[in-house]
Design a protein around this ligand. Structure first.
Ligand code: F6P
Ligand code: MG
Length: 305
């Protein structure tokens, strides 16, 4: 049997990543390995602090953020970064080639119940992030910490899935993941808003009428990975009375996932336009999101409009 490629070799050969981009992604992968170790041994409780959005932080949010920051700084290749757990853009070196946006531990309110959680990353060229659009990312990736630790990346040439092996290396599991145009699974975020949002109520009933299967964990990384892994599905987190602009963040969550989903043949919309074309005006920018199989995304957007 042919040996499965390691992440570094795959990034150069199939990912066609420039050496420096490959090295940034390999640094992030090392951070992911340390986070999965931290998840096994760190107390799952609250830290007693809040993030920039006023949300309670668990200790693991802070531990994960520290691990990622340390790796980004040490790489020497990162001009600036923004973390969902930090208030400001952190500038490191104006001459370094890339900027990184990340959510260090998405779904962290689920760590105490031992559900899957993940880290999300988007990479842009240059130091400036405000004014850019997610389609200008040069790479996006996530690490999913479930029963197994997986890393999924795209550098513009397909979406590829890696697994952390016993010797602490990411090896290729599946290459060129594809998402079909139609969906059988649905993952409805903000579902309670169907009580006062008739269009979303109609979407939900369309899914039930079509006998689609519910798959929702409450961790965006796991729920989007479900779609990329099964090759079909739709995830929604529309705006509603509780979250007038949506809950999920354009910079750290929706932007990287839109990039990955579109490169796998799927779509990502805010209900009216492509997430990839949404200009970043603010670090704390939220957006509604409908993401997954193309035709299902179109149908949901039509019903919501
Ligand atoms: O980062 C926010 C997040 O935890 C996502 O991972 C997830 O999709 C969403 O919030 C879940 O929101 P809710 O608790 O409203 O279902
Ligand atoms: Mg998150």
């Amino acid at each position: 049997m042919a040996l499965r490629p390691f992440l570094g070799d795959h990034l150069s050969q199939t990912g066609k990543a420039a050496d420096e981009l490959r090295d940034v992604i390999l640094c992030i992968a090392q951070a992911g390995i340390q986070i999965q170790a931290a998840l096994r041994k760190t107390d799952t409780g609250l830290s007693g602090t809040q993030n920039q959005f006023g949300e309670e932080q668990v200790k693991l949010d802070i531990v994960s953020d520290d691990i990622i920051q340390k790796h980004l700084k040490e790489s020497g290749l990162v001009a600036s970064f923004i973390s969902e757990e930090q208030k400001d853009v952190i500038e490191l070196s104006s001459t370094a080639p890339y900027s990184v946006v990340y959510d260090p531990l998405d779904g962290s309110s689920l760590v105490d119940v031992n559900f899957a959680v993940g880290s999300i990353f988007g990479i842009y060229r240059g130091a400036e992030l405000i004014g850019k659009k997610p389609k200008q990312q040069v790479a996006a990736l996530y690490v999913l910490y479930g029963p197994r630790t997986l890393l999924v990346y795209c550098t513009g040439n397909g979406v590829h899935e890696f697994i952390l092996n016993d010797t602490g290396e990411f090896i290729l599991l599946r290459k060129f993941l594809k998402v079909s145009d139609t969906a059988k699974n649905f993952a409805p975020g903000n579902l309670s808003s169907i009580m006062d949002d008739k269009p979303y109520h109609d979407v939900f009933h369309a899914w039930l009428k079509d006998k689609m299967t519910l798959r929702y964990s409450g961790c965006m990384v796991a729920d989007i990975h479900h779609i990329l892994s099964k090759g079909q599905g739709v995830f929604t987190y529309p705006a509603g009375s509780k979250y007038p602009d949506g809950k999920l963040r354009l910079v750290f969550e929706c932007g990287p996932f839109a990039y990955l989903m579109e490169h796998a043949g799927g779509a990502a919309s805010d209900g009216t336009g492509d997430i990839m074309d949404k200009k970043i005006t603010d670090i704390d920018q939220r957006t509604p999101i409908i993401i997954g199989s193309k035709k299902e995304v179109e149908r949901v957007c039509d019903l919501l409009s």
